[in-house]
Every structure is written in C-alpha cells, then in structure tokens.
Design a protein. Structure first.
Length: 95
C-alpha cells in the first residue's frame, strides 16, 4: 500500500485542475493547498503535487483506488477531456 506520492509539476494551477478532474469521479477531494503544493485523498492527503524540485517526464505509473468500474471510466474520460493522453493501452478486460 502506498502511504503517499509526491509529483513535481511545472504548472501548479494547470496540474491542480487536471487532478481535480480525474480524482473527483473516484471520490477523492482536495485536502490541503498552499502557495507551492496541493494534495488530494479520500480521507487524508495521499497525492501531492509541488512546484519545488526538478520537473521531468517519464516518472512511471500511479494507480488510484476507486469505488467502481464506472468511477474508473468517468475518471479516464474526465482526464482525457482535461488534457490527458493515452501513452499505452493496458490490457484489462473491464466490463
């Protein structure tokens, strides 16, 4: 189980809007926000984005828990509508 993840971003406002869009359908909400970082979680902060440090692509994969398959699909669609893009297709048989 992941305790928390911090991602360094180059544009805090734009990234915050993107994560709002993909995490809300999963039941996550903003937990904390200050001048240099934003966090989300279901009950406590688990994902943080920050403008501190070095920003570079190619981090890897982060998976978020969801309550249902429809919530996962809604999160994906919201992410795509808010600037996301598919880098590779996963081979899962989802209903």
């Amino acid at each position: 189980m992941i305790h928390y993840v911090t991602l360094n971003v180059s544009d805090l406002e734009r990234s915050g809007s993107f994560y709002d869009a993909i995490l809300a359908p999963l039941g996550w909400r903003r937990q904390r926000e200050n001048a240099g970082s934003i966090s989300w979680g279901m009950n406590k902060p688990a994902l943080f984005i920050s403008q501190e440090g070095v920003q570079q692509p190619g981090f890897g994969t982060v998976s978020f828990p969801a309550k249902s398959i429809p919530a996962v699909k809604a999160s994906f669609e919201s992410g795509m509508a808010n600037g996301g893009r598919v880098l590779h297709h996963l081979k899962h048989n989802l209903p």
